[in-house]
Design a protein around this ligand. Structure first.
Ligand SMILES: [Zn+2]
Length: 235
């Protein structure tokens, strides 16, 4: 909550001064925690919806080396938000959770390399994630991705989407998470919705990943309507 009060009280769409302020605050917090922090400035491009969109993005990329790495674990969440609100839930709460993760890991010897990726421009076509996988060396390298998202403002955190080759990852999720929640029904429902997140381009580029979000009671379909026989998200 302390972090949200600092960077999630004003609207911060892509390219806004509020977005710049959030970027500087978050990068400063990660640097103070001792991580190597860089800002990747790039042009994101998305043509997946049939209408091309472009935008300049500033992705925050913080890294910590593992002692005996067999690969890279990327935790990702987006710090931009759509223009209609400050996005304290979607997705600032996940970004704040990343800062808390850094605090909790302090003094812990990491086995694998860790990347904390705070993307920009997610709400305008996953622009930051697309620039990351296209141009950033760590994005091209691949690895395991935990993408933290939000739908609604309360409810349990559900693992609602996974990539191919996920058997070991799902086993790890089930054994390592204190209260794991997720089942294949959510994957099938989500497939019907016209939504995507940073997970989509990153899993298509070769990351093995899982996607989480807190979902309000009633789940995905309670906030949907039926149109032409297919559920369409309106939340
Ligand atoms: Zn989001």
């Amino acid at each position: 909550m302390r972090h949200l009060e600092r960077f999630a009280t004003e609207r911060r769409p892509i390219g806004s001064q509020a977005g710049d302020r959030a970027r500087d605050y978050l990068a400063g917090q990660l640097r103070a925690a001792g991580l190597d922090v860089r800002v990747q400035r790039a042009i994101g491009a998305d043509s997946s919806a049939g209408l091309a969109s472009f935008g300049q993005v500033d992705n925050i990329v913080a890294t910590a080396k593992g002692a005996d790495a067999t690969g890279t674990v990327v935790i990702a969440a987006h710090y931009d938000f759509a223009a209609m609100g400050p996005g304290a839930s979607d997705d600032a709460a996940a970004v704040a959770a990343m800062l808390e993760t850094v605090r909790a890991l302090k003094g812990t010897a990491l086995r694998n390399d860790l990347v904390l990726l705070m993307t920009d421009g997610e709400e305008d076509g996953t622009q930051g994630a697309r620039a990351f996988i296209r141009e950033h060396p760590l994005g091209r390298e691949g690895g395991v991705l935990l993408n933290w998202e939000a739908r609604g403002v309360s409810g349990p955190s559900l693992m609602f989407e996974t990539s191919k080759n996920n058997a070991r990852l799902v086993e790890t999720f089930a054994s390592a998470v204190p209260h794991p929640r997720g089942d294949s029904t959510m994957v099938e429902i989500y497939r019907l919705l016209p939504n995507n997140t940073d997970f989509t381009p990153m899993s298509q580029s070769g990351f093995t990943d899982v996607n989480y979000q807190p979902v309000e009671a009633g789940g995905l379909l309670s906030r949907s309507r039926l149109a032409e026989g297919r559920p369409v998200a309106c939340g």
